[in-house]
Design a protein around this ligand. Structure first.
Ligand SMILES: [Zn+2]
Length: 137
């Protein structure tokens, strides 16, 4: 695994955007601005791109007359981003887990759900059918 620190949102988003499809540097900057809502300058993006390239996580193809470079993740780059997404996913899970309720059927309820009293106790279910199943007959 390449030893690259993804220690800010710009780097994280850069990799996310490149994982979705190959992009020109300029395109990348524009999309980062839109998504992060901050001014992005070349110095936010190009030094990181050159680190990625040195570590063989991205390659670029020259496209068009004006010699625009299109950056693409390499196979190694894909592995790296997948690994990063998994780690990030674990973090998200830790953050949202306390907010999840589990229906007696085993469904995880992220939001909404169905609340009903069972034997005087308020319980949460994924749907009214599950609630009905748990009512004493
Ligand atoms: Zn259920």
């Amino acid at each position: 695994m390449a030893d690259i620190k993804i220690n800010n949102m710009i780097k994280f988003y850069t990799l996310c955007l490149l994982a979705s499809k190959p992009k020109h540097g300029y395109e990348l900057m524009k999309e980062l601005e839109e998504r992060l809502g901050i001014r992005i300058s070349a110095s936010h993006v190009y030094p990181f791109l050159s680190i990625l390239r040195k570590n063989k996580l991205i390659k670029f193809d020259k496209v068009g007359k004006r010699d625009k470079k299109s950056y693409t993740l390499t196979h190694k780059g894909r592995n790296f981003t997948n690994h990063m997404f998994t780690k990030f996913g674990d973090l998200i899970n830790i953050a949202i887990k306390p907010k999840i309720s589990i229906c007696p059927c085993g469904c995880m309820i992220y939001s909404g759900g169905y609340t009903e009293k069972v034997k005087g106790k308020v319980m949460k279910f994924c749907c009214s059918h599950c609630a009905k199943m748990h009512q004493p007959k």
